[in-house]
Design a protein around this ligand. Structure first.
Ligand code: PHE
Length: 406
């Protein structure tokens, strides 16, 4: 671990001065003054050559006194330069002469500076690797919101901004609130097993107070004094008691309406369940963005306005297509424009709640209502192509790399 100093390197290349002097004298003595003026490192050369007994100065001339057979120090310089081992006595002379010194270089360059290196001052023996700012940094994965949670928060903010209050309701719901109170007839195909999940436990739910149940019953059987004829069949309490996984958050809206006094604006973002066969567009559980607006002086154009405002804030163009639901008149399905595919995509249902359902819960002002798909909206926002990514795949890469709210 020794290395040549600058002077050592010079002598390695040009020869030790005393060696050069001796070689000059082989052909005969030379004038002291002449050499003094011309020879490089003369004083060093004469000093060491004398000390070793190789030369004498007589009569102004330098004479060779004893020709050395070899120059072990010159050899040692060569060995040190090659990193080879050197006799210790010779080494100590070279060190004394400042031709060699403890190596300042270690083979490896320093990449990480450690506490140890600082304590031992070994950092001085190394060369620091230059800092390369072009190299990609180490990936860090801090905690991050799930895409769905992130958008739910954004959407809540939009509705709070528009003056809505938030509501929620049970996931396990009675058929009464999920269907009957919405004026969905008891033989409606949407209630069948292939669409709706019925609970085994609890199998039945309690119905609300008798008065409300009777109002709903009357609406179904004869219109309940709304001027409508109703569905004209015998309404069954037992069917209304059946427990289901709510198929839409409109169950929350009607529950809210049974408690509210207009004017009011209420929204709910909640999980819903349908017995779907699963594919890239369908999952058996999904989330709806539900809203109702109750006010005396509002109508269909206000409904379109709210939906347009919402989708615009989400960054989409919207258009409306006529639709049908048992509980609304008029009814429309908003569609939003999917730039990448150049397609309009159906986003959910909306309309003005029918008097048959409003009257039963004591509401006699117009009620604007909508129930919109959340996951589809997020898919379009994120440029995703498979709704199963949200819940079944648990693809961490997707979640980590998701760029939210562009
Ligand atoms: N409940 C309907 C659905 O799930 C959507 C809807 C809500 C339609 C409110 C009209 C009014 O498809």
């Amino acid at each position: 671990m020794y290395a040549l100093t600058e002077e050592g390197k010079e002598y390695l290349e040009e020869g030790l001065p005393e060696k050069n002097l001796v070689e000059l004298l082989i052909e005969g003595p030379v004038s002291f003054d002449l050499l003094k003026g011309r020879m490089k490192n003369f004083s060093i050369a004469i000093q060491w050559a004398k000390k070793k007994g190789w030369v004498e100065v007589k009569g102004g001339k330098i004479h060779l006194a004893k020709e050395p057979k070899s120059f072990p120090e010159q050899l040692a310089l060569e060995k040190i330069s090659r990193g080879e081992k050197v006799d210790e006595n010779i080494l100590s002379v070279l060190i004394q002469r400042k031709l060699a010194e403890k190596s300042r270089k270690i083979e490896k360059e320093i990449i990480f500076l450690t506490e140890e290196m600082i304590k031992t001052r070994d950092w001085r023996l190394g060369k620091f690797r230059p800092y390369n700012v072009e190299v990609p940094g180490q990936k860090i994965q801090p905690g991050k919101k799930h895409i769905v949670s992130f958008y739910i928060q954004k959407i809540r903010d939009i509705f709070f901004d528009l003056g809505f209050k938030e509501a929620s309701g049970p996931l396990i719901e009675s058929s009464f609130w999920n269907f009957d109170a919405l004026f969905v007839p008891q033989d409606h195909p949407g209630r069948e097993l292939q669409d709706t999940f019925y609970m085994k436990n609890p199998k039945k739910c309690k119905l609300p107070d008798k008065n409300l149940v009777n109002q709903v019953k009357a609406a179904h059987e004869n219109g309940g004094g709304t001027g409508s004829l109703g569905w004209r069949y015998k309404w069954s309490e037992e069917i209304a008691k059946q427990a289901v996984l709510r198929t839409h958050t409109t169950a929350v809206s009607i529950r809210e309406m049974s408690k509210l006094t207009p004017p009011a604006k209420v929204f709910c973002i909640g999980k819903t369940f349908r017995n779907e066969s699963i594919d890239y567009k369908h999952t058996a559980e999904f989330t709806q963005i539900e809203g109702i607006v109750l006010d005396e002086n509002i109508g269909f154009r206000d409904l379109l306005g709210y939906l347009k405002e919402f989708y615009q804030r989400m960054g989409f163009k919207v258009r409306f297509r006529p639709a049908y639901f048992p509980y609304t008149e008029m009814s429309t399905e908003p569609e939003i424009y999917f730039e990448e595919k150049g397609e309009w995509i159906e986003m959910g249902g909306s309309g003005i709640f029918r008097p048959e359902m409003c009257k039963a819960v004591g509401i006699d002002v117009p009620v604007l209502a909508w129930g919109l798909g959340l996951e589809r909206l997020i898919m379009l926002k994120m440029g995703m192509n498979d709704i199963r990514n949200f819940y079944y795949k648990n693809d961490l890469k997707l979640l980590r790399e998701a760029v939210l709210w562009q």
